[in-house]
Design a protein around this ligand. Structure first.
Ligand SMILES: Nc1ncnc2c1ncn2[C@@H]1O[C@H](COP(=O)(O)OP(=O)(O)OP(=O)(O)O)[C@@H](O)[C@H]1O
Length: 386
């Protein structure tokens, strides 16, 4: 959708901001451009909507060489969100959002209706926030208006230059999560500039790591963190890149361990006998529908006679949905002081994730057929009642 072919930019004073850049951004992908200050990220982005003209190479948007496209027509297809949101101070939030549509000739009533939809889309109640003026909003809310406004003309391409840079870390994380949700639905082609490695990792389908004037690595966050291409990238992503990978690797069903299982309605003594024969010391307790009820120790079952397992079971609060990041599973383990977490698909129990399996999943994330993966030993000893 966006293609850079040997693109360079030398400013009039001789500064080479971008040197021989080649990069392909596929349709519907979000690519983060990350790197230290002054490495050419903003210049790269501004060449796409022709606010800056390249001095060499060519840039295509949707197969068209943009050097031959009228800049105004080009910008209509490209939403632009910047850190200094640039809202009109004397216009309401609703009018600010509708501005682009009005400029494009949309009738006033329709433009305002669409603006309401857009505010709703970015999580701002149009009734509450529409009539307000920009100074009556928090920084995070202003940024959301900026996103709504950029989406107004429904452009297939979005350029975002440190859009969440000016807000505090808590608000920034909320904006990021919300934007991830939005992007999942809208599937725009997005170039997103940031100097925050966490943000680049969290948001990007792919990330381009910039060194001075050139790209050092262009790959998925998992690969950049797991296999930095150069010492420069390794240093840039940080010594805690292993931890960062936990937040970008999802739990898959094949990562899971199958623990011993008992039914809630099973008589305790019979369950104990069966589990002892299997050499298990505890088991996960499921109800009749296969949903997680809790866990129980074999010794507790042993004295239970005819009572149903369910009466003796402990509740299990350490669980995560399948597809959640490994970081969330790790967090649950720590919070509940548990040696494993249950993984659910909706309410259905799928299996458990153990520290060993978590380690395997991390390896799998960079190399699907990693050889020599150590089998994780399940440490059922350390299960604690949550
Ligand atoms: N109009 C200009 N004239 C001359 N040099 C410029 C101009 N704009 C940018 N530069 C220089 O080009 C280089 C790249 O700037 P650019 O803004 O693209 O970097 P960046 O990676 O976006 O930085 P930051 O993260 O600080 O925003 C810098 O050395 C900058 O000083």
């Amino acid at each position: 959708m966006i293609r850079f072919e040997g693109v360079g930019k030398r400013y009039a004073d001789g500064t080479v901001a971008v040197h021989d850049l080649s990069l392909d951004v596929a349709e519907g992908q979000l690519v983060t451009l990350v790197g230290p200050s002054g490495c050419g990220k903003t210049t790269t982005m501004m060449m796409v909507n022709r606010l800056v003209e390249p001095t060499s190479g060519r840039i295509e948007v949707d197969g068209e060489d943009i050097a031959h496209v009228d800049p105004v027509a080009l910008r209509r297809r490209i939403g632009y969100v910047i850190q200094q949101v640039g809202l009109f101070p004397h216009r309401t939030v609703l009018d600010n959002t509708a501005t682009v549509l009005s400029l494009l000739g949309t009738k006033r009533g329709r433009a305002r209706e669409r603006a309401r939809e857009l505010l709703d889309l970015v999580g701002l109640d149009p009734e509450t926030f529409g009539p307000r003026y920009p100074h009556q909003l928090s920084g995070g809310q202003r940024q959301r208006v900026g996103v709504a406004r950029a989406l107004a003309a429904d452009p297939p391409v979005l350029l975002m230059d440190e859009p969440f840079g000016a807000v505090d870390p808590v608000v920034r994380e909320r904006l990021q999560n919300q934007f991830v949700d939005l992007q999942r639905r809208l599937r725009k082609t997005v170039l997103f500039v940031t100097h925050d490695i966490e943000e680049a990792v969290r948001l990007g389908d792919r990330m381009a790591v910039y060194g001075p004037g050139r790209i050092e690595q262009f790959d998925t966050p998992q690969t950049v963190l797991g296999r930095p291409a150069t010492p420069y990238v390794a240093e840039f992503v940080g010594t805690d890149r292993g931890l960062k990978r936990l937040s970008v690797t999802e739990i898959r069903p094949e990562d899971l361990e199958e623990p011993p299982l008992v039914r809630r309605s099973e008589p305790a003594a019979r369950a104990a006998e069966r589990l002892r024969a299997e050499g298990a010391r505890w088991a996960v307790v499921l109800d009749e529908a296969g949903e997680l009820h809790g866990w129980v120790g074999v010794d507790e079952l042993g004295g239970g006679g005819d009572r149903a397992v369910g009466e003796l079971a402990h509740r299990m609060n350490a669980w995560v949905p399948v597809g959640a990041p490994l970081k969330q599973a790790f967090g649950e383990m720590l919070q509940h002081d548990a040696g494993w977490v249950a993984v659910l698909d909706g309410a259905r129990f799928l299996g458990v994730l153990t520290p060993g399996k978590l380690h395997e999943a991390l390896r799998r994330s960079v190399d699907a057929d990693a050889r020599g993966v150590r089998r994780g030993d399940v440490d059922f000893e350390s299960v604690a009642d949550a």
